[in-house]
Ligand binder design. Sequence first.
Ligand SMILES: Nc1nc2c(ncn2[C@@H]2O[C@H](COP(=O)(O)OP(=O)(O)OP(=O)(O)O)[C@@H](O)[C@H]2O)c(=O)[nH]1
Ligand SMILES: [Mg+2]
Length: 303
Amino acid sequence: MGLFEKIKEGLAKTRTRIASAVEVLFRRKDPSFYRDLEEILITADVGPVVAQSLVSDLREWEKDHPEVTPEESLAHLEQKMAGEFPQTPPLWDSSPGNGPLVILMVGVNGVGKTTTTGKLAMYFRDQGRTVILGAADTFRAAAVEQLRKWGEQLDVPVVHQKPGADPASVAFDTVKAARARKMDVAIIDTAGRLQNKHNLMAELKKIGSVIRKEDPETPVEILLVLDATIGQNALAQLEEFRKIAPVSGLILTKLDGTSKGGVAVALAQKHHLPVRFIGVGEKASDLLPFDSLMFARSILRQE
Ligand SMILES: Nc1nc2c(ncn2[C@@H]2O[C@H](COP(=O)(O)OP(=O)(O)OP(=O)(O)O)[C@@H](O)[C@H]2O)c(=O)[nH]1
Ligand SMILES: [Mg+2]
């Protein structure tokens, strides 16, 4: 299966909710076309702001191009939706090649941080990169075990310490090992508790500074993992998290289980942050690199 097919399959629930309605709408072009389109987009959790701007853009564009076919109109909408996602260089561009790229996985409880850490390890490994994982969620013993299992399954080393150990110390060890072993990427899983914002902020800050202790130039990506099933609430979660840590990119998980996939567009538009990957299932292979045009196409078209 190609990437586009996988994205389409992963977004099936969102597509079912809107693609057939979108198709009917573009074919019929009722007088209420624009209003109905806006409503359909909102149903897919694209959010009112984006829905309104996409629809008013389409209206203007069609006014300037009275001869367009429904297919051309839909293609225009698709392009515009894809254009809501910021253009950002690939993750690897931040890594000059003389040290590991460090990825810090952050997010609230249960969003899929540990699972995504494992999936990412496989993704990079399959691209021929060497990967090391750090179990910096020392809060629960089970969290370390969960990551070690991924490591075993993928034959990827996992740095860990005793439960209750200082997460920053685990992060430090992980990056140190990555340097010593000339690894390409170190992915650090963190704890998700957000009950105490100040503690979490201090902890992530400390992790960030120890990562750069040996080399201040170490490229660090802070990827916020968001559960797509919460739809528009993900916006508030991202806002909260940006107060805690300098989030540099997003990973949207559990898209397979929701019709609210459009929230990706709302998040990207409001925060100008790249969506780096999407999670479309529980298996190691269910993490896909994000492509804005494929994404837009996957939710707007049945075929
Ligand atoms: N269907 C589906 N399930 C997912 C996806 N990503 C993660 N999960 C499931 O979500 C649940 C929680 O995943 P974890 O990786 O443990 O989440 P976490 O953020 O590490 O959780 P804490 O460490 O407790 O904060 C697990 O049952 C995963 O299998 C996804 O893309 N699709
Ligand atoms: Mg976890």
